[in-house]
Design a protein around this ligand. Structure first.
Ligand code: NAD
Length: 492
């Protein structure tokens, strides 16, 4: 199956509450496919009573799950891995259908999610805690304890991968996981819920609440939610973080991005062509690690020509996916017009790209490159979230770094060069948390953790890897003495 299949009628996406799939009693929300513009799914938001029921079930499930030994919890995750690998094509179809990705991108997202799951499988071996005799006859030990029901709010652009950053780790550590998927991608969440149930996860350990702003707010405020992870735009990340803080809850909220690539004249043109074009066109530019500003230092026209040629061959439908909504597509078109009015020069116009014949009503725009963009213009500063590369011409590396440093976000920054010293200077001085050297999408592979800085992250810590364990748990310190000791010291 190499094509995204449009279902003949919308697929129902119920909530998962206490192990039962239940339709909400609130507002009905439609889910559109970016491929065809058709309604391909629907869900009903739960009312407050249903949210309370869900949390009651999650709290009860948590008490038993917490008491289940880590090795038994991990056993379920091993089975989950097999199921996800077995069903990867079904997942890829569903992810593409509702998020607009190509099937290859959807499979890749699943594999990255499974990589995080594999990290979770290793917690049993890497996190034995610590115990030490700190005074004669006195022992101190660390014990990791889960928090309770926790909440995760996820975005549309990686319907499986972003949830898989937190699902396996938070659940393996012993929490009950309450998931509010993007209102645009509930179909993948339903599939994922079914996979966890088939793997043997006890009822109530995973809850799925479909919904929008009101459901998010009600969940954050709920007394039984003990921690909140959010991934999405910076505007909502900040709102979620602030609301969690007012409630006195720990929160980690990852936001949007505007990622810069610094291109130096000695960079390998072929590596630039592939690395930079694939970065801004991958997932149709709808990823928080996509390149969106190219800081072109000095004479780099031959590299830019390679980027353009590679982008030209990235055709809509087979090599590049669609834009999530027609409103977002309209916003991208307006942003291109605005950049041109502000004096920039379009060298590749995605608005003229050929639409795939089988999905003529979908939300398509081809790769777009705008040159001579001013550093203080919207195209250079705002997150556009589409396959648009804004080129800002710079006299030297100092000017390029100054522009990069001045941006509000802080997810990724890359440099393309053959000069190790200059690459190191960028790694040290760039104002971003994930750095690429001749890499267009510098996503750290496991076990290296993921998270940005500045307005790309509100809160403290990392969302994956070893650093995430402390977010999903409390460290209890137990100090023990069993016998009277005669040789007292200053502490006894
Ligand atoms: P979004 O902020 O619109 O939505 C994210 C989640 O918040 C969804 O579940 C949505 O239903 C919910 N939501 C929307 N409005 C809300 C409100 N007013 N109050 C409470 N909850 C609300 O983001 P999106 O459009 O789904 O995803 C794209 C954005 O996510 C981009 O900005 C992208 O850069 C960012 N993103 C960041 C990362 C990262 O790791 N930093 C990863 C993926 C995506």
């Amino acid at each position: 199956m190499n094509q995204v299949q449009i279902p003949s009628s919308p697929i129902d996406c119920p909530n998962l509450i206490g192990g039962e799939w239940t339709k909400g009693s609130g507002k009905e929300v439609s889910v559109y496919s970016p491929y065809s513009g058709d309604v391909v799914g629907k869900f009903n938001c739960p009312n407050q009573n249903e949210i309370d029921q869900a949390l009651k079930a999650a709290k009860e499930a948590f008490a038993k799950w917490k008491a289940t030994p880590l090795k038994e919890r991990t056993g379920i995750m091993f089975r989950l891995r097999e199921i996800l690998l077995r069903d990867i094509e079904t997942f890829a179809q569903t992810i593409s259908l509702e998020s607009g990705k190509t099937l290859a991108e959807s499979r890749a997202g699943m594999m990255k999610g499974i990589e995080v799951l594999e990290f979770a499988l290793s917690i049993q071996n890497l996190d034995q805690g610590a115990k030490m005799e700190v005074s004669r006859g006195v022992h101190c030990e660390f014990r990791r304890e889960p928090l309770g029901p926790i909440l995760s709010i996820t975005p549309f652009n990686f319907p499986a991968m972003v949830p898989m950053w937190t699902l396996p780790i938070a659940i393996t550590v012993g929490n009950a996981y309450v998931w509010k998927p993007s209102d645009k991608t509930p179909l993948t969440a339903t599939l994922m819920g079914k996979a966890f149930i088939e793997a043997g996860l006890p009822s109530g350990v995973l809850t799925i609440i479909n919904g929008e702003k009101d459901e998010v707010n009600s969940l954050i405020d709920h007394q039984d939610i003990k921690a909140i992870a959010f991934v999405g735009s910076s505007k909502i990340a900040k709102l979620v973080y602030e609301r969690a803080a007012i409630n006195g809850k720990r929160a980690l909220a990852l936001g949007g991005a505007k990622n810069h690539i610094i291109l130096l004249p000695d960079a390998d043109p072929e590596m630039c062509g592939v690395g930079i074009a694939d970065s801004f066109t991958g997932c149709a530019g709808q990823r928080c690690m996509a390149a969106s500003v190219l800081l072109a230092v000095g004479e780099v026209d031959k590299q830019i020509e390679q980027i353009k040629q590679r982008a030209l061959s990235t055709t809509c439908g087979d090599k590049m996916g669609a834009i999530i909504t027609k409103e977002q597509l309209a916003f991208l078109n307006e942003s291109i017009d605005e950049a041109i009015s502000a004096g920039a020069k379009i060298i590749l116009d995605g608005r003229e790209a050929k639409k795939p014949a089988d999905y003529a009503n979908g939300y398509w725009i081809g790769p777009t490159i705008i040159d001579h963009v001013k550093a203080d213009s919207k195209a250079a500063k705002n997150e556009l979230f589409g396959p648009i590369l804004s080129i800002v011409r710079c006299e030297n590396l100092t000017e390029a770094l100054k522009i990069e440093n001045a941006n509000d976000y802080g997810n990724a920054a890359s440099v393309f060069t053959n000069n190790g010293a200059l690459a190191e200077k960028v790694a040290k001085e760039a104002n971003a948390a994930m750095i690429g050297i001749n890499i267009g999408v510098p996503v750290p592979r496991e076990p290296f953790s993921f998270a940005g800085m500045n307005t790309s992250k509100f809160g403290h810590g990392e969302i994956t890897g070893e650093q995430s364990l402390n977010f999903w748990s409390n460290l209890k310190k137990v100090t023990t003495k069993w016998e009277m000791q005669n040789d007292h010291n200053w502490m006894s």
